[in-house]
Design a binder for this molecule. Sequence first.
Ligand code: ADP
Length: 225
Amino acid sequence: TKNELITNVAHDLRTPLTSMTGYLELIKGNRDIDDETREKYVNIAYDKSKRLERLVTELFDYTRFEKNKLQLSLVRLNITKFVEQLAEEFYPSIEEKRLDLITSFPKSNLYIKGDGELLARALGNLLSNAIKYGADGKQIKMELVEDKEHNKVIFSVTNYGRLIPQKDIGKIFEQFYRVDASRTSTGTGLGLAIAKNIIEMHKGWIEARSDEYGTVFEVFFESDL
Ligand code: ADP
């Protein structure tokens, strides 16, 4: 229900906010705090404020998508270049988690009709999930393949580590749905709902599976020859 959703969101927003005000209060009311400790507290408060900013951005995005206010601006997009750039963008967080990113793209560039900004959001959400939930899986795979017969371009991200239970896999694209929310404190359960929305606005679709070969998110686009 709507009330439950609001409670969940309010809870997610309150957690970083409480921590932020807590650390700022420690600094504010304490003159004899040493520089090192002060810096540590400031950094924590800063990280929490960035997290809060991300959560609010996701919420805004989501409500915008829901009301269909968003206009697509489609261009002929070199999806190969685009995915390579995405990999570069995420390189620091992949390194930070000590993961190897394995990419596989066809030799010749592939094209789709797409809105670069929105697709960066959608595919970025998939990649950041793979990093977040596949952190103990050692590697992440990112692949782009062409299905000539059906005139499709397929983008996929695979991560390893803990699987998504079969009973949950059909629900993860629902707004605010999170598998076993206690597993990790970060996230709103909106990332996949946003990604799905954007992909469908592009007349594409997204599928997920999670088994002994890994957790795979596959996106199908119409190719633009
Ligand atoms: P969030 O990550 O903010 O919780 P998402 O909508 O992006 O929300 O994902 C919904 C849920 O699906 C996550 O909470 C997580 O349990 C599961 N999930 C998503 N992506 C992956 C993945 N790559 N590997 C394992 N679990 C995932």
